[in-house]
Design a binder for this molecule. Sequence first.
Ligand code: SF4
Length: 366
Amino acid sequence: MSTLADLLAQETRDGDLYDVLPDGRLRCYACGHECPIPDGAVGVCKVRFNEGGRLRVPWGYVGGIQCDPIEKKPFFHAYPGALAYSFGMLGCDLHCGYCQNWVTSQALRDPAAVAPPRRASPDAMVKDALRSDARVLVSTYNEPLITSEWAVAIFKEAKAAGLATGFVSNGNGTPRVLEYLRPWIDLYKVDLKSFDDRHYRELGGRIGPILETIRRLHSMQVWVEIVTLLIPGFNDSVDELRRLTEFVASVSPDIPWHVTAFHGDYKMDETPDTTPDMLMQASDIGREAGLKFVYAGNLPGRVGHLEDTRCAACGDTLVARTGYRIRDYRVTPNGCCPSCGTPVPGRFDAQFVGQIASRPSVIRLR
Ligand code: SF4
């Protein structure tokens, strides 16, 4: 019987993001691991492999498709209320014990994580996104960097059809993959999991490439938002949160920082859940670090005004939210505060057409 890995090995094409090394191995540049891969071997992500001196990469399928409110990604400063047509692939370059998308991300590492792939084409996905009234097409659920060639094929068609595009990613990039994505990507959410390299090594990565990715994306004028899942006892010390938020503010105080609540999952189901008080204390640290837009997520209605977007100059509420639901929208057609005229950083359409969906819905690709 074929394994999932056997099936996926057939759904590939030659990749773009690699060099041939003098000893015949292939150096992959799709993520910060930069694996040197011998003939017949797979990279750390287990979905890219060296076959006779050519790097084969995932192509022509999805692990799942869903229509999400863009607030779920979360992007709060990009087309509020829009529907994000979201696709995931399989596999990841990290192995976080608390992963909340583990069925897709760990499908090739963990026999308990089973997510059968479905055939897909860029044309069919973009048509489906337009039929669904999506404004944005997003690669998410597993780590999109490891399937960047496939994402770019889809994003090219999406942008030709007038859609915005985005990644929801751990940010473990390389200069080469970011240059490759640059013409085709508008939005990038980075999951900044910790500010401690030892923690990143426990998850199978290094912090350096992630910080460099954030800097580069911002300098490339890709719209970046940062999320930190606040895990009690893992990344919630005052010192770590201060250093993390000071780093984000040093790149730009306009970058939104979402600090979100953990609930026990996957291999960390005995860690206590994050409380509203913990989120509010972390938010205070972010604001003290100089960040203008700090949000508390995953505990709707329990974190005061920390779900709302407020003007950084006058404090007026610009977008009022409860969870993914938009209760009020007051950004002007030219993207400013209606009270004081200060521009709101982000990507906004001239017209707010109302919220398309405030809940995720699973869809079947036609
Ligand atoms: S995507 Fe990352 S983990 Fe996968 S082969 Fe390339 S460098 Fe290695």
